[in-house]
Design a protein around this ligand. Structure first.
Ligand SMILES: Cc1cc2nc3c(=O)[nH]c(=O)nc-3n(C[C@H](O)[C@H](O)[C@H](O)COP(=O)(O)OP(=O)(O)OC[C@H]3O[C@@H](n4cnc5c(N)ncnc54)[C@H](O)[C@@H]3O)c2cc1C
Length: 298
């Protein structure tokens, strides 16, 4: 366990106000925001190990990080008939930071028009103008410090790649010579065209959601972080209290228990099998609730 600082409940389970299952991108942000209130006890539970390893930290080692079985779930597709029955790897991070500890560090927010189409389709509060303040708040952009589209002073560092491969310049010359548009800023007003992408890197090291959102606040006494702890079962009683069971380490020899008095949050990643817990037959939402961006990030 990285840090088990939570108070013990009478039944021996660690007791919290909020338990976050999965310390991936979403889980790390939630841990930061929820534990900002010193009176709120927050537990962050991650199946994988610590992210403090070279392959995760060095941006150029990204391909090795993606392929490292010690920090991935090892998912593969079923045999693909049209690919000579090969099974294609589907990488997902199983490590503190989740996929943000193995991803390509490309900083793309999504196309503004996609957000607007969500809003038009009924997801009120999710238009591009609605979400833009939260993108700016998340960011410390070294190239565009403060502008309509970018922010500074936020937790996540974003920069231009200082020494791109020389072939990039030749490639961009070629696209321009063919009449394709150049894009100077893929997170600006018009993200279409060819250009150099920005990256989530800080001082030469990967900026994951752990380094951005958790490391700076890991000293908080009201936040406990569990690594190598797989949640296997959640039982929710009629009062909304939740008992969590899990196991520590790869061998499954050591049982763990937690209790959440106020809420459960699933940060277990969209593609994890088993409805989010990475396990068969896990918890699903009784009711889907659509919240505006302000309610989620505000
Ligand atoms: C190889 C790769 C490259 C990518 N490149 C980019 C990129 O360049 N730019 C970009 O913007 N995005 C990229 N992405 C996508 C981006 O990283 C993900 O969309 C994002 O990190 C997902 O965040 P999440 O919180 O939904 O899930 P995750 O980050 O996957 O977090 C889920 C966490 O829950 C844990 N978990 C699951 N089940 C349990 C359980 N039962 N008990 C305890 N813990 C559990 C997992 O181990 C994991 O840590 C990439 C993704 C991958 C895989």
């Amino acid at each position: 366990m990285a840090a088990a600082k939570g108070p013990r409940a009478a039944n021996g389970a660690e007791s919290f106000d909020y338990l976050i299952v999965g310390a991936g991108s979403a889980g790390c942000v939630l841990a930061n925001r929820l534990s900002a209130d010193a009176n709120t006890r927050v537990g962050l539970i991650e199946a994988g190990p610590s992210d403090k390893r070279l392959l995760v930290r060095i941006p150029a080692a990204v391909a090795a990080a993606i392929g490292d079985p010690a920090i991935g779930w090892g998912y593969k597709s079923v045999p693909q008939r049209h690919l000579n029955n090969r099974r294609i790897p589907l990488p997902r991070g199983r490590v503190l930071g989740g996929c943000s500890s193995i991803n390509g560090m490309a900083y793309f927010r999504g196309h503004p028009r996609d957000f607007d189409e969500w809003a038009e389709a009924g997801a009120s509060g999710w238009s591009y103008e609605d979400v833009l303040p939260y993108f700016r708040r998340a960011e410390n952009n070294e190239t565009w410090p403060e502008s309509r589209y970018h922010g500074s002073g936020g937790p996540m560092n974003v920069l231009d790649i200082r020494q791109p491969n020389p072939l990039v310049a030749r490639f961009l010359e070629a696209t321009s010579s063919l009449g394709f548009a150049r894009c100077e800023d893929f997170n600006g007003p018009d993200p279409e065209g060819f250009g150099c992408r920005q990256a989530t890197i800080r001082r030469g090291r990967r900026e994951s959601m752990v380094t951005a959102y958790v490391d700076p606040i890991a000293h908080r006494q009201n936040l406990a972080i569990y690594t190598e702890s797989l949640v296997t079962e959640i039982v929710i009683d009629d009062c909304g209290q939740a008992q969590f069971a899990g196991r520590y380490g790869g061998g499954g020899d050591s049982a763990l228990q937690w209790r959440a008095d106020h809420g459960i949050d699933r940060g277990t990643g969209g593609q994890a099998a088993g409805g989010g817990l990475g396990l068969p037959g896990s918890v699903g939402a009784k009711r889907e609730v659509a919240l505006p961006a302000e309610a989620v990030f505000g």
